[in-house]
Design a protein around this ligand. Structure first.
Ligand SMILES: [Zn+2]
Length: 230
């Protein structure tokens, strides 16, 4: 189905102002509001937030696959007859989607709100790269969903293939993590951490020279060590 063409055609043929207003308020205005609050945020940053923002921009290189960089493990999906994704990766960055860092007391170490586009970091973790990367995975997962959920599915496959030689028991780790009951309990505790999240967190641990599951958290390093899986 040609969704884009159908929407454009429907708008062109619509003469009902109330419907057009509704479309504007639901979609375009929301984007305008997000852009405005992002601009206000960049203009009013404290030194601490500015520093955090700059570091997050440097960390974006670690998300080359989630930004669909041509040189990344996802690059091959750009070279398809159907491919129409832009070649620059900025449009998939957290800045391009108006994500704002806020240093504030939170119940968790950090919290990502995909509706408000905020990443809250507890003051005691403002210099903690692992906490920041954890929250950035949440934001990037959301951005991929906005572009095309297929990107998340293909990235799961690519990360799995990439990580498989590094973990002798990757399948068993996945069985444990994706156990329905366990994952529901985990979601109650700290929000949704699906398979893509777990695999990307392991990839980042490797890239940063961490112990496995440092970025994932939730005591997974101890749990999987005790199970003799890592
Ligand atoms: Zn999380």
């Amino acid at each position: 189905m040609k969704i884009k063409e159908n929407i454009i055609s429907a708008i062109n043929n619509c003469s009902d102002t109330s419907i057009l207003n509704q479309i504007y308020n639901d979609t375009l205005k929301r984007n305008d509001n997000l852009q405005k609050s992002y601009n206000d945020w960049t203009n009013q940053q404290t030194g601490e937030v500015f520093d955090l923002h700059m570091r997050s921009m440097m960390y974006e290189d670690l998300f080359d696959d989630m930004c669909m960089a041509k040189y990344s493990k996802m690059g091959k999906y750009l070279d398809t007859p159907q491919g129409s994704l832009k070649e620059d990766t900025y449009y998939l960055s957290i800045d391009a989607h108006y994500y704002k860092f806020i240093v504030t007391e939170t119940t968790e170490n950090g919290e990502t709100d995909i509706f408000e586009r905020t990443i809250k970091i507890n003051p005691q973790f403002v210099d903690d790269k692992n906490i920041i990367l954890h929250e950035m995975i949440h934001a990037h997962e959301h951005i991929l969903s906005l572009v095309n959920p297929l990107l998340k599915e293909t990235l799961i496959i690519e990360l799995y293939k990439h990580l498989f030689p590094k973990f002798k028991d990757l399948d068993c780790i996945i069985y444990n993590h994706a156990n329905i009951s366990h994952n529901s309990d985990l979601a109650e505790l700290g929000g949704y951490h699906g398979l893509l999240f777990m695999l990307k967190s392991l990839d980042l641990d490797f890239r940063c020279g961490n112990e496995p599951f440092t970025i994932f958290g939730y005591d997974y390093n101890r749990t999987f060590t005790e199970l003799n899986l890592i």
